[in-house]
Design a protein around this ligand. Structure first.
Ligand code: FES
Ligand code: FE2
Length: 351
């Protein structure tokens, strides 16, 4: 008799409150694509040090005019620079090793006579930066190629992300006393829209709200209500001819890209601790003045989400109530997220 396939294991989000689980999730973030701060990539002669995912990866990096590099000396590990500066090379303050701005080890006092020096391990490895419209991504140890991600997302939002003339209008950081996964789960379903976001709900035709599960994440399709401006979808788009107000993409594990008729917004959800998250919001618009109301409406939606996510975090303390039944259609994204988290964390613990 054929065995009935068992339902995939879903992660109980309460487990993520445990600091040990927070530490265990490092490997999955190292393997993922992370959005970079837009300012890091602005052209200019400056060297810009930063830390990728503080409190989780704590990865010291430096952006030079030529490359994205580890901000750590290949000799014995001193960090190379601490503040933005203009230099023609990176010189280590410990024993004077010097690197080009592309990461090559060019000098190492005392090592001149050493055979086989420098070896590959003495150069700084370059980290690829992927560009997509105004967005920039990097991965320390990618599990999936960015090309594969683009191949999946391009039919839906490829050209829309690249629309020319989008200018960065707003950037804000918000600290939330909640686990990062709760913020992501909240993003992945539209069931909460009429209760948490009454104003946003008036812009959308909620009965037509739809979901697509992708390999790299999920897509939510927000059809426009009657009087709302719609996305100008390119020819051949899968939704061509439909009145779409917004496309919401979640990219595993912690990136959100939202496409609107008036511009683009991205959210980067940074896990700082088991019960602490930094959410970084960036918004690009075509028209600074004309889009002010739209941008403040997005900020209102974000504030409403933060508020409800805080309440879910408070509920995680309950010893009486655990994860309930999820709706197979409206919460398919949440199911997929919990399944992927369970799988990724299981791999992290065995690798
Ligand atoms: S740690 Fe950099 S030269 Fe020794
Ligand atoms: Fe929401």
């Amino acid at each position: 008799m054929a065995e009935t396939p068992s339902a995939p294991a879903l992660l109980d989000p309460r487990l993520l409150q445990d600091p040990k689980m927070h530490a265990r999730s490092r490997a999955l973030f190292r393997a993922s694509w992370q959005l970079l701060d837009p300012h890091l990539l602005e052209e200019g002669p400056e060297l810009r040090p930063f830390v990728m995912l503080p409190g989780l990866l704590d990865e010291p990096l430096v952006r030079t005019p030529w490359a994205l590099l580890p901000n750590v000396c290949t000799h014995r590990g001193a960090t190379l620079i601490e503040t933005p500066c203009q230099q023609r090379s990176l010189r280590c303050p410990y024993h004077g090793r010097r690197f080009s701005l592309a990461g090559r080890c060019e000098a190492a006092p005392g090592f001149d006579e050493l055979e086989g020096f420098p070896s590959e391990a003495d150069h700084l490895p370059e980290i690829e930066v992927e560009e997509w419209g105004p967005l920039r991504f990097a991965s320390l140890d990618p599990l999936t190629s960015f090309e594969d991600i683009r191949a999946e997302l391009d039919p839906w939002i490829g050209e829309l992300v690249e629309r020319p003339g989008q200018v960065l209008l707003r950037e804000e950081d918000h600290h939330i006393s909640a686990n990062w996964a709760l913020y992501v789960e909240n993003y992945l379903e539209g069931l909460h829209l009429p209760f948490v976001h009454p104003d946003l709900s008036r812009q959308l035709s909620l009965p037509s709200y739809r979901y697509e599960t992708l390999e790299c994440g999920t897509l939510q399709i927000g059809a426009a209500s009657a009087e709302q401006q719609c996305l100008d979808l390119p020819k051949g788009h899968p939704l061509e001819g439909q009145r779409i107000r917004a496309l919401y993409v979640w990219l595993w594990p912690n990136t959100m890209i939202n496409v609107y008729p008036w511009g683009l917004s991205m959210n980067r959800i940074e896990p700082r601790a088991g019960d602490e998250t930094l959410v970084r919001y960036h918004t690009w618009v075509f028209d600074h003045i004309g889009s002010r109301n739209e941008v403040s409406a997005v900020a209102q939606t974000e504030a409403e989400d933060q508020q409800i996510v805080r309440r879910v975090q408070a509920g995680m303390r309950s010893s009486m109530v655990g994860p309930g039944t999820l709706h197979p259609e409206h919460e398919a994204g949440v199911v997929e997220f919990r399944r992927r988290l369970a799988e990724a964390l299981a791999q992290c613990s065995t690798s």
